[in-house]
Design a protein around this ligand. Sequence first.
Ligand SMILES: [Ca+2]
Length: 331
Amino acid sequence: MTAFSHIRRPRPWFGTVAVGAGLVLSAVLGCWLTPAAAQAAIPTMTGYEIIARAESAIGTDYMWSQESWVPDAGGDGPDCSGLGLKCWEVPKTLYYQEESGDNATFTRYTSYSFYNLIGPWSELDSRSQLQMGDILVKNNGSTGHVTIYYSGDAWGSPIIYEAPGTGLQIRRISRYLSSEYKPIRRDSMSGAGIVLDNPTAKSTGGTGVGGNWTRSSSVAGYWGDDYQVHAATAGTAWARWTPRLPSSGLYEICMRWTAGSDRTSGATVTINTPSGSYKRYINQRINGSRWFSLGYYNFGAGYSPASGSVTLSATGADGYVIADAVMFTPS
Ligand SMILES: [Ca+2]
């Protein structure tokens, strides 16, 4: 075993500111993701979501045959294929340790599986087609390795995420990858941002609620499996989406809900940024089942509920408030 490759065995069996009000675009923009009605075999993901997951594993310890880690916490981490399958969220039934609280039973893909296209992914024609979140994999029958492509020189020394080997930690690094490495892409890739559903994978970000929200799927056109509903109230009632952003910069915020005449005509949305909070008001009687733009805001990298989140409030609303999903798209 070398630092960068190891034998795999088949085993039986995943700024500054907000630009401020002057530059905020309130127009309806960015509706390029498909609705939940067309559920794929595996969840739709974006390259940013995959990288956000990989980023959360940095500093954890390489653990042979493992695939779980607690984001940003150090400690036990995955091996190389475990990092790949968890960041790609394949298969669908795989859960993060922090999401399930116990061990899930699932088919575990290895470097052999990735290399030989045994799973929901396909080979790219050329490494020049690599995009954020793709995998570069090698397996020559005796050794194999799985890396996640981030950016840079696709042919020489790209920036990748990898679980290097025993005694080392999961890292982001620019290093040479030989022509043995094959470029592959996950199925069901769509869009460019990070979508946080209700609830969502905590390794991409997180959601939290206060109040008495109930889950529902009675009105079609929601994102994911369902949405959450809160009746109008004078009390505390909020839903918060906090992404784990791979890089700082300008992001467009889009929110999604299912519309109806019994919804609120003016729910308050607060966008929390490093330079302050900005309030927007949304009419959930219209513009349902689409991505509705709330404008562009500067965020820092990483995970911060206080300065990098979006909060929807049902306090003082004049109808039901719907929390379905929020998307952060780099601009
Ligand atoms: Ca949803």
